[in-house]
Design a protein around this ligand. Structure first.
Ligand code: G3P
Ligand code: CA
Length: 232
């Protein structure tokens, strides 16, 4: 079962920052998950469109331009990173990267950025998993870059998940820990889908996910979750 550092090692470091991602690498995570919005055509790494929870800014990020956003403190003096900076940081490592698309206008800037990462960083795009709760975005992306791995995010037990996963030709279903059960995991795996589960930090949840045989868990504490997994 893989450990995916959720927003980086966000339990101990400011979420979705380069520092949190560096710490995830240092802690031996298998992968990193980040959230992206598009501002001025640049993809930036942040979870909320409201700035107040994770930065010293206020209001919506859409009320700011890129330069203004990059002045903000995202915690411990960190800046809001661009997706390009994250790709640069991860390129020399073996970790894979889950990019969660949060904003509506994220597909258009993502495509040239991935081409650039392939060209300039020799970034193997098979190391990427692109996910979203907005499956329309994923469908649009798949049309443009069919080889990309897609993760269909779902926050509740989906009645039609097999249909939407098949339609998207998804690689994985990315599910909330609150609803997942053995029957769901068995069914998804029988359909050839990977199952990744968020957010799993508690020892009993880690043990339950390992028992179900899920492919990976999103954890805010990658090192601690790995230790808990190993000590079972
Ligand atoms: O991608 C898994 C998880 O991050 C989805 O929920 O709200 O934490 O972005 P959220
Ligand atoms: Ca996320």
């Amino acid at each position: 079962m893989q450990i995916i550092a959720h927003r980086g090692a966000s339990g101990d470091y400011p979420e979705n920052t380069l520092l949190a991602i560096e710490q995830a690498i240092a802690q031996g995570a298998d992968a990193v998950e980040i959230d992206v919005f598009s501002v001025d055509g640049e993809l930036i790494v942040i979870h909320d469109h409201h700035l107040a929870r994770t930065t010293n800014g206020s209001g919506s990020l859409y009320q700011h331009n890129l330069a203004q956003l990059q002045q903000l403190d995202a915690g411990l003096g960190q800046r809001i990173p661009t997706l390009w900076q994250v790709l640069q940081l991860l390129a020399p490592t073996t970790l894979w990267l889950n990019i969660e698309l949060k904003g509506d206008n994220t597909v258009a800037p993502l495509l040239p950025l991935l081409e650039r990462a392939k060209r300039e960083l020799q970034f193997d795009l098979s190391r990427l998993l692109i996910s979203s709760f907005n499956h329309h975005l994923l469908a649009a992306l798949k049309l443009q870059l069919p080889a990309l791995k897609l993760g269909a995010l779902t926050a509740s037990m989906p009645v039609d998940y097999a249909a939407f996963a098949q339609q998207l030709q998804a690689y994985s279903v990315n599910c909330d820990v609150s609803f997942i059960n053995q029957a769901f995991v068995d069914d998804a795996k029988a359909r050839g889908l990977k199952v990744y589960v968020y957010t799993v930090d508690q020892a009993d949840d880690i043990a339950r996910m390992a028992q179900y045989g899920v492919d990976g868990i999103f954890s805010n504490y990658p090192a601690r979750s790995q230790q808990r997994l190993n000590s079972q």
